[in-house]
Design a protein around this ligand. Structure first.
Ligand SMILES: *Cc1c(COP(=O)(O)O)cnc(C)c1O
Length: 436
């Protein structure tokens, strides 16, 4: 089916052509290149609230939210004001600063998950450091991860399942030494028996099990609470540290993230995205006892030139403070539920094979009626449908992340009216998808 452009992407196209001279694929992060949807990527020049505006002056209701950080929407007044006031005094000193204390205190005072934390500058850095910490604490090398979970571009985690059921994986990127891959075991989600088998064989060598408790980087693969609790129980039995990678779910499905939502206590938690209020911040945290292994208190080295710089801390502090307002997360979940239900109804009435898994303010448009809990259950064909949907939505002023494997995020800035209108337009776009 031919996709017809009603909106102009002339300026974005020209900027993208120029960007290709400077950056591989014209981008600084691969999925931004629009490879799996149609047309050049949009160059966004401005955002306010729930909307973004591109260089061609098209305005979109945004469900990407910079891939998750912007739970308060774009250009939030309180974040902007504190950031500007902070920038006015200098951007980074490479020393401790008061704003770092403030953000640290705010986080630790309002969760039961971690007792101490270390700020870093990205989710990848948080995960990479958490893995090192787990190895340092346990004196073991191997890591278990799950197919369909993304943990940033950490060498030893860019691994997928090879052939065979319980297996050492193969890398998903060139440039990763086989010796690293050997230390990573990849299991399917939602298969407690396979985990048990693997632990019987390798349990004593495993430093940590890492999982996205809300797997949201390969569709939204919501897990049974029982599976997550099983991981908790087994890791304890084998002296393995459980790392919950809360880079997306942290401060998103609740202030305490998925740990709070499911009532599961990780040994180490990693954060990113929302924690920085739109600035580059990540963090990893654990009990005081585990964090005592981190330098300079302990032997696990980890450092960062721009870590916890005052501007990033200001953005995080101004953001997280707003998330603590009573009822914030209930309201977000309710709003998202209503929105999703409207789309679902439209699809059900017309017999479209669509379901929309949701948790908190995260949703995923899945072209299937089956409950999907594992990466291999997503049909490749559904990505063709997504491509049409994505294009039709751009024509209607709605911006989704440019891949069918990406989830959508509702922000506090999305009004009921925004969401009602969007539900109608998504219904219209679905009509086009299923007419084809
Ligand atoms: C985004 C993400 C990361 C990587 O964070 P970056 O800031 O992009 O390095 C790691 N883990 C999860 C679960 C993520 O969603």
């Amino acid at each position: 089916m031919e996709l017809i452009n009603k909106i102009s992407r002339e300026k974005s196209a020209a900027l993208f052509a120029e960007a290709k001279k400077y950056f591989p694929g014209g981008v600084n992060s691969p999925v931004r290149a629009f490879k799996s949807v149609s047309g050049p990527p949009l160059f966004i020049k401005e955002g306010k609230g729930a909307h973004i505006i591109d260089e061609d002056d098209n305005r979109f209701l945004d469900f990407c939210g910079s891939w998750g950080p912007l739970i308060l929407g774009h250009n939030n007044d309180q974040i902007r004001e504190l950031v500007i006031a902070t920038v006015a005094k200098g951007t980074s000193f490479g020393t401790p600063n008061r704003l770092g204390n403030q953000l640290g205190k705010l986080i630790l005072d309002n969760n039961k998950v971690i007792e101490k934390l270390r700020f870093v500058s990205s989710g990848t850095e948080a995960v990479m450091s958490a893995i090192r910490l787990a190895r340092g604490v346990t004196g073991r090398n191997k890591v278990i991860k799950f197919e369909g979970c993304y943990h940033g571009h950490v060498d030893s985690l860019l691994v997928k399942a090879g052939s065979g059921l319980v297996t050492f994986g193969e890398s998903t990127s060139a440039g990763i030494p086989p010796a690293f891959i050997k230390e990573t075991l990849v299991l399917p989600l939602d298969k407690p028996d396979l985990l048990d088998q693997t632990l019987q064989q390798h349990g004593e060598d495993i430093a940590c099990i890492i999982i996205e408790p809300v797997p949201a980087n390969n569709g939204l693969l919501l897990q049974d609470e029982a599976f997550l609790k099983h991981l908790r129980k087994r890791s304890e039995e084998y002296g393995i540290l459980l790392i919950l990678d809360e880079v997306i779910s942290g401060f998103r499905v609740g202030f305490e993230g998925a740990s709070g939502h499911y009532g599961i206590q990780p040994d180490i938690a990693t954060y990113g995205k929302i924690i920085g209020g739109g600035m580059p911040v990540g963090a990893y945290g654990a009990s005081a006892e585990i964090m005592a292994h981190v330098a300079p208190d302990g032997p696990v080295y980890q450092a960062g030139t721009l870590s916890a710089n005052p501007v990033a801390m200001a953005a995080g502090y101004a953001a997280l403070k707003q998330l603590l307002e009573p009822g914030f997360y209930n309201k977000m979940a309710e709003k998202t539920q209503n929105f999703v239900q409207k789309i679902q109804q439209h699809c059900d009435q017309r017999g479209y094979e669509v379901s929309i898994p949701t948790i908190g303010s995260i949703f995923w448009l899945a072209f299937s009626h089956k409950r999907i809990t594992r990466a291999d259950q997503i049909e490749a064909d559904s990505m063709q449908k997504f491509k049409i949907l994505h294009h039709e939505l751009l024509q209607r002023g709605i911006y989704l992340g440019p891949s069918g494997y990406e989830v959508g995020f509702v922000s506090a800035a999305h009004t009921e009216a925004d969401l009602n209108e969007a539900a109608g337009l998504i219904g219209e776009a679905m009509d086009v998808v299923f007419a084809g």
